[in-house]
Design a protein around this ligand. Structure first.
Ligand code: T3D
Length: 266
């Protein structure tokens, strides 16, 4: 697929998806969603990619659904030709599950404002690194909608129920420091150091034991709905698998040799 509304590149084991409608703060169109899905599928299939970064071009991360496209499609009152539920299922819902189910670590590099479904894309990633220019809002309520794209599931798990509900029913804008304080992002970096800081962290993740990292993601998210007994058993089975991996042999060897490990993700 030719990409027009995203840029996708692979560098040093890291796949970079750059949302690329800077004049519209990377508001999400149907085309942008399909291109992002295509890039996510490529990343998933590519053994050379051991970390994925999603970021935005220009001064925005993403302002959520493109409201011009949405208004044209619905006639502005939901009565137009667009099947809104199907639009969510075929685009947003697939993007969110594709990100969450990635076998490698995912990083949202939030360079600027993240609103509505744009914020949901960031929430679906494992790690959120924000520029000090980033801002965050659950914009849906401002246009009379409920959070979608997993906003009702992801946000309370990240910042807790009370803060998630407050953000969702007020639509208030949070700056990067407030986002850090409530645990919405993991780290805030000055804008002029942002690209370097994200690259360093992403490449560090790409050099990690990818099998163990992917298995940790699956174990920990499943553990939120399983019992301790069930989780203990899953840990035992997973650990037995990983104990046969090359990365385990390399990790042990490096420890005994007093050197840095050279993990390959196998
Ligand atoms: O089925 C479905 O698709 C339903 C799914 C819904 C999912 C959703 O995401 S709903 C939420 C949609 N998003 C919003 O409601 C946010 C709307 N945008 C804003 O509130 C503000 O733009 C921001 C707070 C994000 C940023 O404000 P500011 O002052 O920094 O920038 P700006 O001047 O408002 O925006 C700059 C340009 O981007 C401007 O275009 P122009 O006038 O220079 O040509 C603005 O119109 C455009 N833009 C910003 N957000 C959107 C947008 N264009 C289309 N859609 C947008 N969401």
């Amino acid at each position: 697929m030719d990409y027009h509304e995203i840029r996708y590149e692979v560098r040093n084991g890291v796949g970079w998806i750059r949302l690329n409608r800077p004049d519209k703060l990377n508001a999400l169109t149907t085309r942008l969603a399909q291109e992002t899905l295509d890039a996510l599928a490529s990343a998933r299939e590519d053994e050379g990619i051991r970390c994925l970064v999603i970021t935005g071009e220009g001064r925005g991360f993403s302002a959520g659904q493109d409201l011009t496209e949405f208004t044209a499609a619905t006639g502005g009152d939901g009565g137009g030709g667009l099947d809104v539920a199907e639009h969510l299922r075929s685009g947003y819902n697939r993007m969110i599950t594709s990100i969450v189910e990635l076998p490698m670590p995912s990083i949202a590099a939030v360079n600027g404002v993240a609103a509505g479904a744009g914020l949901s894309l960031a929430l679906a990633c494992d790690v959120r690194i924000a520029s000090d220019a980033a801002r965050f809002l659950q914009a849906f309520v401002k246009i009379g909608l409920v959070p979608d794209s997993g906003g009702n599931w992801l946000l309370p798990r990240i910042v807790g129920f009370a803060k998630a509900l407050e953000m969702s029913i007020t639509g208030d804008l949070l700056d990067a420091q407030e986002a850090l304080r409530i645990g919405l992002v993991h780290r805030v970096v000055p804008a002029d150091e942002f690209e370097t800081a994200v690259t360093e962290f992403a490449e560090r993740m790409a050099g990690g034991p990818t099998l163990a990292i992917g298995a940790t993601k699956a174990l920990m998210s499943d553990a939120l709905r399983l019992s301790l007994t069930e989780t203990l058993e899953r840990e035992a089975v997973t650990q037995a698998d990983l104990a046969g991996s090359s990365d385990f042999a390399e990790g042990i060897g490096a420890f005994l040799d007093k050197r840095e490990p050279d993990f390959t993700g196998h």
